[in-house]
Design a protein around this ligand. Structure first.
Ligand code: PEP
Ligand code: CO
Length: 464
């Protein structure tokens, strides 16, 4: 038994014409890769029934506001910063961890905005980034194999068969933890913590004493002076929403289609379908195939969507993805997130940019410099080099400058903690340091200092 679609009417199509009908469950007739093997269909149906009765986590009006902001990015008038965990962990949903992650994202956004004068659209990989695609369905464990870890929305990460059993009630828990996270994000971003007058307070202790932290303090002091100046001129900043509040939109990979379908509803105002699990959703590099269930699902929801493009993407495929997801060519509807690797970006990106531009698609181009640069260190830790991350971003900017297109944003994995997961950066984390504080449940993340350092470098590239 599947979750019944609440409104059986066919959606207003996003396709320009001649398309097959879309409905929240039409993905079922397409091949769905990376879906967990739920052991008990009745257990799954019960969880989906319960989920389907919950309210949306985000509202269509907010989602449309993000779509408008991304439209400005596509139109070269803004830049997008998308950042957060590779995989959120059920055991790290607490006020300190969420606040520290927000601090880093706010710091990066301030550095980018102040350094370039370009508005920054802020999107977290947060409040729902719980599902992971895997290259292999199993991983070695002792003498045998166990199912690969697919994120806390599916099962526990402990390396044993019992923990790795897919458990549908975890989708309910993921919903509840997303709601709790979002509640805190809204409180922090709308309740004074994100006011520009607080710029100093976002500098965490372990960052503040570093070179990047001191550089940040200079920016914060300049902002303070500007605010004092405006106050002295009689501007009432207390009643000025843009300096008192921040919009931080939520996003995650749309991987578990049962979960996404359950939270999809028709918006009463427009009659369009929106996935209420997050403002923005993206397709991973492993689930972007044209005839696949994931693309089918995303083509019908009116949220802004992203698609990761790895090194195997051909220019024809990129254009076909644009046609499928944004046939009406709405600026901001589609973000192409390239993750090509530092060594290949200047070779592989130009043909993609040329083909998409020639086809008249007004996409947001975003660089994910993380996923094409992962490797396993000699001591067995998955890691990335800060210099490779920066190198791919530099290549991305160079290509877009050369092609006359807008380098619209970056997409990074980070945490507010002082982790030692990525190599290099100003504090020069070496391979032998990786085990000191390596806590990610999936990919290695930039720590607060590395993230801030990166923001200064990106601001310089953007201001060039
Ligand atoms: C991710 O963003 O965590 C991810 C798995 O990315 P990709 O699909 O690009 O590999
Ligand atoms: Co990742």
């Amino acid at each position: 038994m599947r979750q019944p679609v609440r409104d059986p009417g066919v959606a207003r199509p996003l396709r320009a014409g001649g398309e097959t009908a879309w409905a929240p469950d039409s993905w079922h007739s397409h091949p769905a890769e990376q879906e967990p093997e739920w052991p008990d269909p009745a257990e799954l149906a019960r969880a989906l029934d319960e989920l389907g009765a919950f309210p949306p986590l985000v509202f269509a009006g907010e989602t449309r506001r993000l779509a408008d902001s991304l439209g400005r990015v596509a139109d070269r008038r803004a830049f997008v910063l998308q950042a957060g965990d590779c995989a959120e962990s059920f055991s790290e949903i607490n006020a300190d961890a969420i606040r520290d992650k927000l601090k880093v994202i706010l710091q990066m956004a301030v550095v980018l905005t102040y350094g370039t004068g370009v508005p920054v659209v802020k999107i977290g990989r947060i409040a729902g980034q719980f599902a992971k695609p895997r290259s292999s369905p199993t991983e070695p464990c002792g003498d045998g194999e166990i199912p690969s870890f697919r994120g806390h929305i599916v099962h526990d990460d402990a390396p044993n068969l019992v923990a790795r059993r897919a458990n549908p009630s975890r989708m309910i828990e993921a919903y509840r933890l997303s709601a709790a996270t979002l509640n805190l994000v809204r409180t922090f971003t709308k309740g004074g913590f994100a006011a520009l007058g607080q710029v100093h307070a976002w500098n965490q202790e372990f960052v503040a004493t570093s070179h990047e932290g001191r550089r940040y303090e200079e920016t914060a002091e300049a902002i303070d002076r500007a605010l004092h100046f405006l106050g002295a001129c009689g501007v009432n900043l207390a009643s000025d929403t843009p300096t008192q509040q921040v919009d931080l939109f939520t996003s995650h990979e749309a991987l578990l289609l049962d979960y996404e379908q359950s939270l999809t509803q028709r918006d009463q105002l427009t009659g369009d379908y929106y996935d209420g699990s997050a403002h923005m959703l993206w397709l991973g590099d492993r689930t972007r195939r044209l005839d696949g269930a994931h693309l089918e699902f995303l083509r019908g929801v009116h949220n802004p969507v992203g698609v990761k493009l790895g090194p195997t993407t051909s220019p024809e495929e990129a254009v076909a993805i644009c046609e499928a997801l944004n046939p009406a060519r709405v600026p901001g509807r589609l973000t192409l997130i390239t993750r090509l690797g530092v060594a290949a970006v200047t070779r592989l990106l130009p043909p993609l940019v040329r083909a998409v531009t020639a086809a008249g698609h007004p996409v947001v181009w975003q660089c994910d410099p993380m996923h094409g640069n992962t490797f396993v260190s000699d001591n067995g830790r998955k890691t990335r080099r800060f210099d490779d991350v920066l190198g791919e971003i530099k290549g991305f900017f160079a290509v877009h400058r050369q092609e006359g297109t807008w380098p619209g944003g970056v997409h990074v994995e980070l945490t507010g903690d002082a982790v030692t997961e990525c190599l290099g950066g100003a504090e020069d984390i070496l391979e032998e340091h990786l085990s000191l504080h390596y806590t990610t449940t999936c990919d290695p993340r930039l720590n607060g200092r590395q993230a801030l350092d990166l923001a200064f470098r990106v601001a310089e590239l953007l201001a060039d």
